[in-house]
Write a protein of this length. Structure first.
Ligand code: FES
Length: 79
């Protein structure tokens, strides 16, 4: 089963805009979902003013909230 690759920008701008909340959201996913997510921190996705930025399977998504991240992950895992 392919894993969903979730890259969260941990650069300074995204950190200040809430990236840590997104990392905690990943860590707190139910185990069945967490096991299917490959999480990576990346240093900058070149869209610093629109953070926090997340790249999922190669697509960068700006201004992501924790709830949006959960929704995006579940949409991708269960589509
Ligand atoms: S610091 Fe996140 S896009 Fe640059």
């Amino acid at each position: 089963m392919n894993k969903l690759i979730v890259e969260i920008c941990i650069g300074t701008s995204c950190h200040l805009l809430g990236a840590q909340d997104l990392i905690e959201t990943i860590q707190e996913l139910p185990e069945a979902e967490r096991a299917r997510v490959e999480f990576q921190g990346v240093t900058c996705l070149k869209s610093c003013g629109k953070g926090p930025n997340v790249r999922i399977n190669g697509v960068t998504i700006p201004s992501v909230t924790p709830q949006q991240l959960i929704d995006i992950i579940r949409d991708n895992l269960f589509k």
